[in-house]
Write a protein that binds this ligand. Sequence first.
Ligand SMILES: CC(C)(COP(=O)(O)OP(=O)(O)OC[C@H]1O[C@@H](n2cnc3c(N)ncnc32)[C@H](O)[C@@H]1OP(=O)(O)O)[C@@H](O)C(=O)NCCC(=O)NCCS
Length: 246
Amino acid sequence: MMLGKGVLIKNKHKENMQIEEYKMKLIGKDRLREVVELQHYVYENLPNKDVLYMDSYEDMLGDLENGAKIIGVLNSQDRLVAYRYISFPRKEKRNLGYDIKLPEKDLEKVVHLETTVVDPLYRGNGLQLVTLEKAKEIAKQEGYRHFMCTVSPYNFYSLYNVMRGGLKIKALKKKYGTKPDDSDGLWRFILHNDLDKKFYTPADLVLSKWANLEMQKSLIDQGYIGYEIIKDTKELSYVKVDEAYA
Ligand SMILES: CC(C)(COP(=O)(O)OP(=O)(O)OC[C@H]1O[C@@H](n2cnc3c(N)ncnc32)[C@H](O)[C@@H]1OP(=O)(O)O)[C@@H](O)C(=O)NCCC(=O)NCCS
């Protein structure tokens, strides 16, 4: 199913830069192998492997059969160059709504923004944000309300894009461990955007350096939420807001 089209710059920062057309489509089970291959390729090229939690073919297949969606970006040769994977965890244990204590009735309305990867040749075209906006459009039409994801505190580009897409930091904790309390897991921000809530004027603004996790954890424990990321200074603004608007 066709979701959109446009133009990309390939090799944006190189001399052999090229303009290329792309198509955005929902990817079905028949092309899942390509998704997994792109994920592996991007993972192999990552300087810090902890930032990307790999999804297996089997997990994604099971998820697709349960309604998950993969928004794919295909280049002019119909090669998959980026994708965004979204899932609907409902009452499953992995629902991130539990981590931020969403009311039980809202768990059904949670959308997980799972992995997004962009082939290094096509980075710098804002595809992470473009596919996030598309995911919101699709999920909203289907009656979903809470957008949630985890982002590694060491993945600046991803954090920046996700926050530009309207998600706010609501928790900072270890995830994906083997122990029941995830204490052997990886540090992750948990971000959330309630599509039904209006924008608010932030109060009590505190700035934290992006890399200062202790300060951010302490602010979250005091009831602040991560509101915005300032690209140039690599600082995050934390604000206190009325629960009704968070
Ligand atoms: C995070 C990611 C999806 C962002 O890709 P993207 O949408 O193309 O990024 P943007 O278009 O917002 O890039 C903005 C700028 O940052 C640069 N940039 C993006 N990702 C970068 C990276 N991983 N390393 C270095 N620079 C990067 C771009 O070149 C661009 O620079 P410019 O403005 O000077 O042209 C991509 O870096 C990626 O696939 N990373 C590995 C997988 C991952 O971490 N996924 C997210 C967690 S699931």
